[in-house]
Ligand binder design. Structure first.
Ligand SMILES: [Zn+2]
Length: 95
């Protein structure tokens, strides 16, 4: 992994588990983004919440979030949940 600016870290390519979009960077609005095992990932294409798993060699994978993790995410990141809802509404309206 390689941090390219204060808010973006490049990582190996991984597909979204739901829509297949290839992801190769972790970004965060207003704070550093460095994927660690157990940190959340939100697909910019479909809004799916996944969880990073990072190997000892720094290889990133995405796994399905457990129900408890989704509950933690919605509790701890209400701003991100609102952005996901807005993104999905824009996509629905564009169809
Ligand atoms: Zn997706």
């Amino acid at each position: 992994m390689r941090q390219i600016d204060p808010f973006t870290t490049l990582h190996n390519k991984v597909p979204c588990r739901i829509c297949g979009t290839t992801h190769d960077a972790a970004t965060s609005m207003g704070r550093a983004a460095w994927p660690d095992s157990g940190s959340f990932s939100v697909c910019v294409t479909c809004g799916e919440i996944s969880v990073f798993e990072v190997s000892a060699l720094g290889q990133v994978a995405l796994r399905e979030a457990t129900l408890a993790e989704v509950r933690d995410f919605t509790r701890d990141h209400p701003d991100a949940v609102q952005r996901i809802i807005a993104l999905n509404a824009m996509r629905r309206d564009a169809r």
